[in-house]
Design a protein around this ligand. Structure first.
Ligand code: 5MM
Length: 397
């Protein structure tokens, strides 16, 4: 029998652990700005903005140019491949802008989901483009790349497997990324998730984590259970426990060094169509109970996704989770996309004159969540207003 983490030296382990700790240090969480081109199309369409590479760059610039107030709130930013190589209006690389303020740079390395044959609409996550596609896309001009994405996006992502992830991790590390993210998607229904989907996605996340760590990159493990459905809080908790149990069994099988990882799970909430409403304290108790039963204390931090909750709901739930009266051996923070960006996007609407106001909205949410991850958030005025939610069913592209 081999010993644990045989491919990582003590120095490598230390580096991974320290990076993970810095990302989720007290009061800090993660800005998930890694929406793929397809997801950005949906976000921008909501505010009447065309989904071009330039518009995506301008929008990300609004977030990345926030002033020093975010330095104590944001420990890491997850980039999408395209964004990692973009620059500000003043030609400063986005990566430099983020790193100079002591914020860690991360990269989304998954390439979306594909169907799992023989299941009721379930999916697995694929790893990446081949080297060929990567090189091709880098060599194109922006308009060419836009046109290419438009016509070939689905064939690009339909390459299966994790082949090539190792090479891409090596390149991303050189280009400034110190952590990565891979998202798998599971669904709840009477039949789902199937054993196959649970096992397959757990294995994908573990294999991805192992590859990242070999390149000194901290893997963020995102097994998202979608909130679609009318299931109650108990069923959500039960499924979350089953999924996370499988994930950590796979992590052990793949010799993943847990101290050098972060988990990005869903909070345990009832399905969006569930008729019973639960309090933040009930959500917090279900969430922390599920984590305590499944996530080893060695895991450095848990950074929740917001899953289409309104900005206020996500902050109030995170605050309640941190105040839950159960022992919590991990740092519990945020890795929000929509719940950090929804107001900023609405304020911007693609107009130059709105950029400052949009940045202010982002800072406001970053500060709220910085308090929430310390259990000190006292806001929540719009809690429970479903009109504010950014939920779109089957968020699984
Ligand atoms: C679930 O999505 C992740 C967290 O975002 P929310 O807080 O909005 O739920 C997010 O990081 C997601 O993985 C990225 O936006 C990339 O998603 P796509 O679907 O574009 O790959």
């Amino acid at each position: 029998m081999t010993h644990q983490s045989p491919t990582l030296s003590e120095a490598q382990k230390r580096e991974l652990h320290e990076t993970a700790l810095r990302i989720v240090s007290p009061g800090k969480g993660i800005l998930a700005a890694d929406e793929s081109v397809g997801s950005m199309a949906k976000r921008l369409a909501q505010v009447g903005v065309e989904n071009t590479e330039e518009n995506r760059r301008q929008y990300r610039q609004i977030l990345f140019s926030a002033d020093d107030r975010i330095n104590g709130c944001i420990g890491g930013v997850i980039f999408f491949h395209e964004t990692l190589y973009q620059h500000s209006d003043n030609s400063v690389p986005f990566v430099k802008m983020i790193r100079e303020r002591g914020i860690m740079v991360g990269i989304k390395v998954d390439k979306g989901v594909v169907p799992l044959a023989g299941t009721c609409g379930e999916t697995t996550t694929q790893g990446q483009t081949t080297k060929y596609y990567g090189l091709l896309l880098i060599s194109l001009t922006s308009p060419q790349r836009n046109a290419y994405y438009k016509t070939n996006y689905h064939s690009i992502v339909n390459l299966t497997g994790l082949d090539g992830l190792s090479e891409r991790c090596a390149q991303y590390k050189k280009d400034g990324a110190v952590f990565a993210k891979c998202r798998c998607v599971l669904k709840i229904s009477d039949a789902n998730p199937s054993q196959l989907a649970i096992a397959e996605n757990a294995n994908v996340l573990a294999r991805y984590s192992s590859i990242c760590q070999q390149h000194g990159i901290v893997p963020i493990i995102e097994p998202e259970i979608l909130p679609d459905g009318d299931h109650d809080l108990k069923r959500s908790q039960y499924i979350t426990e089953k999924v996370l149990t499988a994930v950590y069994k796979a992590m052990s099988d793949h010799h993943v060094y847990l101290e050098g990882t972060l988990l990005k799970p869903n909070m345990v909430t009832a399905g969006h169509s569930c008729s019973t409403k639960y309090s933040p304290e009930e959500v917090a108790m279900a969430t922390v109970t599920a984590l305590r039963r499944t996530v080893p204390p060695a895991v450095t931090g848990v950074a929740f996704l917001s899953g289409g909750q309104s900005e206020e709901e996500a902050s109030v739930h995170l605050n309640a989770i941190n105040n839950c009266p159960l022992a919590k051996p991990w740092i519990l923070t945020f890795s929000f996309g929509r719940a950090l960006q929804a107001s900023a996007l609405r304020a911007w609407r693609g107009h130059k004159e709105n950029e400052k106001a949009a940045t202010e909205q982002f800072i406001k949410r970053a500060e709220a969540n910085s308090l929430a991850c310390q259990g000190k958030y006292t806001g929540g005025d719009n809690y429970g207003e479903s009109g504010q939610r950014s939920y779109g069913s089957c968020h699984a592209y």
